[in-house]
Design a protein around this ligand. Structure first.
Ligand SMILES: C[S@@+](CC[C@H](N)C(=O)[O-])C[C@H]1O[C@@H](n2cnc3c(N)ncnc32)[C@H](O)[C@@H]1O
Length: 259
């Protein structure tokens, strides 16, 4: 898999997401049309297509350079050393099963009137401490630093969940309702920082049944600035939940975690 500095490098956060996807019975993706939101370098869309034989996976990301790299990774994995396509058990290749597009959440699917069976995603859940930065236009020639920041941070989305950093997830769920087929399934990687009740309400208040597939503790990435969560605690009675280590069960608030 190829990686470059302006896109997210897969680590514990996304491995946890893949672990959660793997907890589903194999049948949930087989022959299904799937969108992956925030596909980054494309590894999850590629792995999903190879393992579960969906009809099609649309890997989508707002970062134009992520889509370029995802397409390179797609060919690196679709072809053998001699440049021949590798066939799966059904005689199809990755080239038949996966497509990557630049897209703000589900805009590509909406614009192309695609109907989806499954929507999966591992997208940012912390407000950018520099909200002004998020008003910049995203292009191929934007700075490396700005494009990388899209991996960790989101802007205000106009949903009540913005208050907890979950606005982008809330918008994804609302956009998803318009493009998902009846009885469709959405699978999101959710950071538990706002507390389980807040995370569950994002879905319950939009009419979803929820099932927790997999839960684990991971280290908070050192390059993520959580000061926006500290600010929320300063201005409200809400307390986020961090842990001092991977084994303890007693949460500490964002202010203590930041300190
Ligand atoms: C934590 S990274 C996950 C990347 C990849 N799924 C992985 O596990 O390696 C989050 C990704 O969401 C993308 N992203 C952020 N905002 C987005 C949006 N509005 N629409 C689509 N993708 C977005 C970022 O560019 C980034 O690639």
């Amino acid at each position: 898999m190829m990686e470059i500095p302006s896109i997210f490098s897969p680590e514990d956060w996304s491995f946890t997401f893949y672990e959660g996807l793997s907890r589903h019975p194999d049948s949930i993706f087989r022959d299904k049309t799937v969108a992956e939101l925030g596909c980054g370098n494309g590894w999850i869309s590629i792995a999903l297509a190879g393992k579960w034989l969906p009809l099609k996976v649309y890997g989508l990301d707002i970062n134009p350079r992520a889509i370029k790299i995802a397409r390179i990774n797609f060919y690196l994995n679709a072809l053998d050393d001699d440049g021949h396509t590798i066939c799966d058990g059904e005689g199809k290749t990755l080239l038949d099963r996966v497509e990557f597009y630049e897209s703000d959440l589900l805009s590509y699917c909406r614009d192309n009137k695609l109907e989806l069976d499954r929507i999966v995603g591992c997208i940012p859940q912390i407000l950018n401490p520099n909200l002004e930065a998020m008003s910049r236009i995203i292009t191929e020639i934007s700075s490396e630093e700005f494009l990388y920041s899209l991996s960790n941070y989101c802007s205000l989305q106009g949903f009540v969940e913005d208050e907890f950093g979950l606005g982008l997830i809330a918008r994804a769920v609302e956009e998803g309702i318009a493009v998902i087929k009846p009885m469709g399934i959405m699978v999101f990687n959710i950071g538990g920082r706002p507390g389980q009740g807040v995370c569950e309400r994002v879905f319950l208040r939009r009419g979803f049944h929820i099932k927790k597939l997999w839960q684990t503790k991971i280290m908070q990435a050192a390059d993520t600035d959580i000061s926006s969560l500290v600010e929320i605690e300063e201005n409200s009675p809400h307390r986020f939940e961090f842990f001092m280590d991977l084994v303890g069960d007693q949460p500490v608030c964002a202010r203590t975690a930041w300190a």
